[in-house]
Write a protein that binds this ligand. Sequence first.
Ligand SMILES: *Cc1c(COP(=O)(O)O)cnc(C)c1O
Length: 379
Amino acid sequence: MTETAPARARAEIDLAALRANVRSLRAQAPAAALMAVVKSDAYGHGAVPCARAALDAGAAWLGTATPEEALALRAAGLPGRIMCWLWTPGGPWREAVEADLDLGISGMWALREATRAARAAGRTARVQLKADTGLGRNGCQPADWPELVAEARRAETEGLVVVTGLWSHFARADEPGHPSIDAQLTSFREMLAHAEGQGLRPEVRHIANSPATLTLPETHFDLVRTGIALYGISPSPELGTPADLGLRPVMTLSASLALVKHVPAGHGVSYGHHYVTAGDTTLGLVPVGYADGIPRHASGTGPVLVGGKWRTVAGRVAMDQFAVDLGGDEPPVGDRVVLFGPGDHGEPTAEDWAQAAGTIAYEIVTRIGTRVPRVYVND
Ligand SMILES: *Cc1c(COP(=O)(O)O)cnc(C)c1O
């Protein structure tokens, strides 16, 4: 989408920043290939344009959670390796096999559905067995691993599947030095050794997400799966700012100031009147709300840059709008209100909103709604 009339609100997506982040991450994991994780519409940034930009900048793989997301990328013409890992029974296995996707497999039921689909399609399914090395979420427990490996090996000899990968996921990679990291690595190495001992020859072994890619080189193996870092956001403020990590935020969210008006002292603002003006002042109306993904939990706390100053959400964030107290200033209507961006023009960042709302920056960008147009710049 290109910019035409001033919009109520827009999320500007800087594809040059995304490409630079891919190059920076590749330089920080030089021995591994890079998977650009573009699940959930590229964390709210737009899956297809971000996937294309990531491949242009040297990502070798694309990753999604659901098969539907992966199939949509393939349908949009994205080439190469695309992996998806969040399956449910009856999922689009056959479509996925026919679209040449790599299928994350966490248990026997999934391996059976993949093999059945391969037989029906007359093709070999590319599968990647996922080990639960301690996260306790998706993945196969160590006790069940030998059975899964044996069944995969049997299906390989029948030509129904090829095991292209063995992989796992960290629970606490954003806490460098946490003992669970070494424990998970030890378990991963044991599960790899078992699978390889049974004759599996995976093309890629992988466990690193963004925080591991940025801080734990011993976790890189053959492939790193980076999500949040691609979008220029630090996985955790404890690891440093994006700039500290060689990253630049990709999304800038702004809105057009919809109204500026004088109000007297003692005037309640927004539902519930949780904010009451302390004196005569001006209020500015920002025409975005929780329907657009602005967290209602940031009522009274979320920061914006307007008229060259930081202002705070006054009272509640409503579905479509919130107010800020402009302290008597009168910026013109139509002025750009920046909710968050890279931060180098004085604007708040997604991390500032995360702190204001008591959440993580991942959630801030990912929840920006479909009513906010994405405007791609520096394509
Ligand atoms: C989302 C996800 C990632 C990417 O995580 P980030 O912390 O955003 O880098 C990697 N692997 C899996 C399995 C995921 O679900």
